[in-house]
Design a protein around this ligand. Structure first.
Ligand code: BG6
Ligand code: MG
Length: 218
């Protein structure tokens, strides 16, 4: 099998943490008198923590001091982590382990490319940390997706040229980041939302090992 770099997003690709982000953002938004819906939560997928809070404040037409902003960020993350601490292997999305094991058996380089600053903690909680040769997360980047920085650093750490890398992403911003890095983008989720991806699957149960062997940039 030709050697490629396989780069996985975390939230929404490996585990479904969007429901925990939703609970934490909703609690925070409501505490400052702002409504927060599931639809708005959808728009925060792949968006950094800072930018998520900026969007929520803009939706609620609210301006706050820098000190208040920092306090809210900390409190959101503290709430989110209460859910993360309860996580276990049972939360790994269907067939993710099958795909990671296949790539491992084929000696393919595998990296994580996530916006989350909690990525290592979550990978430890679900016992997948050892599956990744490189982990690039929100603590390693200065520019959020759709900037390609996170994936370019991951490719570099794997020692692979960007055009030989395949990115699995559930967010529009992440697909755009992969595309602007000249990587092959595989959208995981709704084809109507992720239409910019080179390939789209609902989840990993639809991805065959033959596809992983044959995958080419369209
Ligand atoms: C992304 C999530 O992976 O990480 C976003 O899709 C989240 O919803 C972002 O805001 C940052 O995550 P964290 O864990 O650092 O707040
Ligand atoms: Mg994601």
């Amino acid at each position: 099998m030709k050697k490629r770099g396989y780069i996985f997003d975390l939230d929404g690709v490996i585990v479904d943490t969007a429901k925990y982000h939703f609970l934490a953002w909703k609690k925070l938004a409501n505490s400052i008198g702002i409504d927060f819906s599931q639809e708005q939560n959808e728009q925060l997928k792949g968006v950094s923590r800072v930018q998520s809070l900026e969007k929520i404040l803009a939706w609620g037409n609210k301006t706050i001091s820098a000190a208040h902003f920092t306090r809210l960020m900390t409190s959101k993350n503290d709430d989110y982590l209460l859910h993360v601490h309860e996580m276990s292997e049972s939360e790994i999305l269907p067939d993710v382990i099958k795909i990671l094991n296949f790539l491992g058996d084929e000696s393919q380089p595998v990296a994580l490319g996530s916006a989350s600053k909690n990525a290592r903690l979550i990978l430890n909680k679900v016992n997948l940390i050892d599956k990744f040769e490189a982990i690039v997360d929100g603590t390693n980047v200065s520019k959020a997706k759709p900037d390609p920085e996170v994936f370019l650093i991951a490719a570099k750490q794997l020692g692979m040229p960007p055009e030989d890398c395949i990115v699995f992403e559930d967010s529009v911003a992440g697909v755009q980041a992969a595309n602007s890095a000249y990587m092959i983008s595989v959208g995981i989720g709704d084809a109507k939302i992720l239409h910019e991806a080179d390939y789209i699957f609902r989840d990993f149960t639809e991805i065959s090992t033959d596809f992983l062997k044959e995958i080419k940039k369209k």
